[in-house]
Design a protein around this ligand. Structure first.
Ligand code: SAH
Length: 422
């Protein structure tokens, strides 16, 4: 979501006549986008802010904008931010470019830059390798309130965009050469539920997939509670809708899942995965895990490890629990797993993932798969992904970005594949 927001901001700046530079110290205008989902992300943006403050001390004429979840959507907090970061000229809430429009207009940038009624269509940047693939936010915010998660407090409540706007964005993307669209929402399988009379995700996926020029469509991230049979059926039958799901499970212990307020048990999750796999051959499954949630015992962590062995996913994004301001867990549940222990659990799960994926990907050797070429590497290799989202480097291909090509896998590692063009 942040990447989508940042690319839209970058595209707007370019439309206003600004040019990208190689290094921050050469820039007259700097926009920093921020994530605060974990303390680590927050520390990173605070470090970058100290750096740009120093740049501004040396060159007071530069302008600095801060965007995203550190800024949040609560105007009451804005005054304290202005006091805390006096060198910041402009604050932008997540997914909201309107203050940037107004700022650019005040600077005398092109009058054509009037704020759109809703979000402007994303205009991907051809140099950043995103020209083939574009992220398209279909929902903003989240109202789920998992006990550990800060997103509802920073991005506000759940809000689906009208399908007509999303389709207009998808067509605009296709006309700019985008070949793959990834629909984004915090709980994307809830799309439309907050808009009476609106179509739901399966129909939205059907419509986006049928936009001329769009070869592939994905969607993320899903929540197990709203992953319906109709959605599974749609994935199984609509060509171009990739066999790939991002379905965070977060823990393998039912007690921990309850404390996280996720609304399902480990067995529910396994049943859902079995159903998805039965309907969608060769589906890629990516999940998220949090280790060291408050009170997570060694035995409960082992339940997470065992669940991952049973599920055998294609990717796990593993995070160490980090208490976040205002969340239920930060207010009520002591962060009582030491950082050393969290790190030990993270490393153990990472190691297990590596060995599981080594084994899982080995049979791909010699197989032929279809790749959407996304970019040409410096060494001439093409880079793209399989329909189930495994990254592939292709040798012996003269294909252009945007081409769909058949390749034969010649090397299969845990986190990437190498293939020969056919
Ligand atoms: N709705 C999105 C949430 C994005 S946050 C989704 O389901 O993916 C992405 C991931 O960050 C979450 O899935 C979770 O694994 C992790 N995360 C969120 N809050 C966290 C916290 N307080 N500590 C550690 N990891 C967290």
């Amino acid at each position: 979501m942040n990447e989508a927001d940042a690319l839209r901001a970058a595209a707007l700046l370019e439309r206003a006549g600004l040019q990208p530079v190689a290094h921050a110290r050469e820039a007259d205008f700097l926009l920093l986008n921020s994530c605060v989902v974990r303390q680590q992300a927050e520390d990173k943006i605070l470090g970058r802010l100290r750096y740009v403050a120093e740049l501004k001390r040396r060159r007071p004429e530069i302008r600095i904008a801060l965007m995203g979840c550190l800024v949040g959507r609560n105007p009451a907090e804005r005054a304290s931010f202005a006091a805390r970061f006096p060198f910041v000229d402009l604050f932008l809430p997540p997914s909201d470019l309107e203050p940037l429009y107004l700022f650019l207009q005040a600077q005398g940038c092109p009058p054509a830059l009037t704020p759109a009624a809703s979000d402007i269509p994303p205009l991907p940047d051809s140099r950043s390798g995103h020209a083939i693939l574009a992220h398209l936010p279909v929902m903003l915010g989240c109202s789920q309130a998992c006990t550990y998660c800060v997103i509802p407090y920073r991005r506000g409540g759940e809000h689906s965009r009208p399908a007509a706007e999303i389709l207009a964005d998808a067509r605009a993307m296709a006309s700019r050469g985008i070949r793959e669209i990834i629909l984004l929402g915090q709980i994307v399988d809830r799309y439309g539920l907050d808009r009476p009379g609106e179509i739901r995700l399966p129909e939205l996926l059907r419509q986006v997939t049928s936009v001329p020029g769009i070869a592939r469509v994905r969607f993320l991230t899903s929540h197990p509670l709203w992953f319906t049979d109709e959605l599974i059926e749609t994935m199984a039958t609509v060509p171009g809708l990739c066999p790939y799901v991002e379905l965070p499970v977060q823990a393998g212990s039912d007690a921990v899942l309850t404390a996280m307020r996720r609304g399902y048990t480990a067995a529910d999750f396994e049943t859902l995965i079995a159903k998805i796999r039965a309907a969608i051959p060769r589906v890629g499954l990516s999940t998220d895990m949090i280790v060291g949630f408050p009170g997570e015992t060694e035995a409960q962590f082992e339940e997470s490890m065992a669940l991952m062995r049973r599920i055998n996913p294609d990717m796990i994004r593993i995070a160490k629990y980090s208490p976040r301001p205002l969340t239920y867990s930060a207010r009520h549940l002591p962060d009582n797993v030491s950082d050393a222990e969290k790190e030990r659990r993270r490393v153990a799960m990472e190691r297990q993932l590596r060995s599981m994926l080594t084994e899982k990907n080995a049979p791909l050797l010699g197989q032929t798969v279809e790749i959407l070429v996304e970019r040409v590497e410096k060494n001439g290799r093409r880079h793209g992904r399989t329909p189930d989202y495994k990254p592939v480097f292709i040798v012996g291909s003269a294909a252009d970005p945007g081409d769909l090509i058949q390749v034969r896998i010649t090397w299969a590692g845990p986190f990437s594949l190498i293939a020969q063009a056919r």
